[in-house]
Design a protein around this ligand. Sequence first.
Ligand code: AMP
Length: 282
Amino acid sequence: MFICKNPDHLHYRLQLLRDTGASLGFVPTMGALHAGHLSLIARCREECTASIVSVFVNPRQFNNANDLKNYPRPVVRDIELVTQSQTDVLFIPEVEAMYPPVDSYQLDFDPGPLDAVMEGVFRPGHFQGVADVVYRLLRMVAPDRLYLGQKDFQQVAIIRKLIRDTGLNVQVVVCPTLREPHGLAMSSRNVLLSAAARERAGLIYAQLLLGKEKFDAGIDISNIRESMIAAFRGAGFEPEYAEVINGDTLQAAEGSEHYVVACCAVSVEGVRLIDNMVWKET
Ligand code: AMP
């Protein structure tokens, strides 16, 4: 595996791979890798002849200084895991390399209504930061395929729009959410939870499952949302939102849409956890 720390070195390595006719698959991450990340890398390796993983904690997508400071950064372990995954190239830049003073990656992108709901409301500026870094990474790597997790459902919608609006030529592959034994969606932030809370946070998935059962039984969406919020509060969690949305537009669903997704954000022991589940796709 080649480890590249700056975009010029990356460019050189990738050109050598492209010259061999390789198709390039790319998995962007913020590190603190877990089995969810590794499942994206495995899929990428299956479907592409060369795989590139990036590890970069992007300061521009954090709207909370403490969250950025506390974000786990086990760099040595990450390098070990990526090496074991038989990735071809690991890109692990410093902040200065991604955001140099003279910058050729100015992005003019408006996520529009996709950013006016859920994470966009509770984390203002977050998706602008995500779009900024993903655009840079896509320009630097120029992959044929981009591997993203369903876990960050709104992020996928916004990156798809970014790719359409900027005319980038890359196919998006969305991979299913991997979960811990009690149902909690795997996340780099889970290590910040106590063992007991990590287990209790399985309630988020349980509520998404229960909500789906009620939705299938024809129960009114606003009732379902209210009981989810009440269940989270009852467990001592702090829910930010539990939305049921049209999966294409991300706006509130009535239920008759073809594609309905439930999304929630809940703080447990001060750790912000997000999850989602497709309730209908016809
Ligand atoms: P992150 O490092 O959190 O920015 O995540 C990097 C990529 O891994 C994103 O596309 C995430 O959606 C994806 N991802 C995060 N958690 C999971 C999970 N539990 N299962 C599958 N993919 C995930």
